[in-house]
Design a protein around this ligand. Structure first.
Ligand code: 4NP
Length: 154
């Protein structure tokens, strides 16, 4: 299983999602890989936001080595699952899908936890207090992704 986490800047939410899922994969000795990307090019090459780094670190997850990159349409071939943090990221990526197979790889990450609810992971960029809630949401969703073996509809 090869999973891509996607948000807008690739500095707040998707780096947390990548770090959290990577840690769970290691703990479960699974042969899965995870990466993350942003739909925008605004923060290319940057480290994750310091608030994401410190929140992750509080829970034993090290994301300090990550660097931001932009989502490219070829990611829809390279990955088995492409998980959007919110409906805006979801819609942006869907526009690049050129087949039903590619479309079927794109999901809102929170639908793994609450199928069909189409819940967004809130953008914490302008809210210093939003990072803990985002971490907990992603930790719950990533736990369920592992339980479901990466299958979105099971
Ligand atoms: P992210 O958060 O999409 O979770 O990485 C954001 C990061 C940067 C900006 C917006 C959201 N920005 O406007 O630069």
């Amino acid at each position: 299983m090869n999973i891509l986490m996607v948000c807008l800047g690739n500095i707040c939410r998707s780096p947390l999602a990548e770090g959290i899922l990577k840690k769970k994969i290691e703990e479960n000795n699974l042969d899965w890989s995870v990466d993350s990307a942003g739909t925008s090019s605004w923060h290319l090459g940057e480290r994750p936001d310091r608030r994401s780094i410190s929140t992750a670190s509080k829970y034993g997850v090290d994301i300090s080595g990550q660097r931001a990159r932009q989502f490219v349409p070829a990611d829809l071939d390279r990955f088995d699952l492409v998980l959007a943090m919110d409906s805006s990221n979801y819609g942006d990526m869907l526009q690049h899908a050129i087949s039903k197979e590619q479309e079927g790889k794109i999901h809102l990450i929170m639908n793994f936890l609450n199928p069909g609810r189409n819940e967004n992971v809130p953008d914490p960029y302008w809210d210093d207090n939003g990072f803990d809630k985002v971490f907990q949401m992603l930790d719950d969703a990533c736990g369920r992704i592992l339980e479901k073996g990466g299958g979105a509809n099971s």
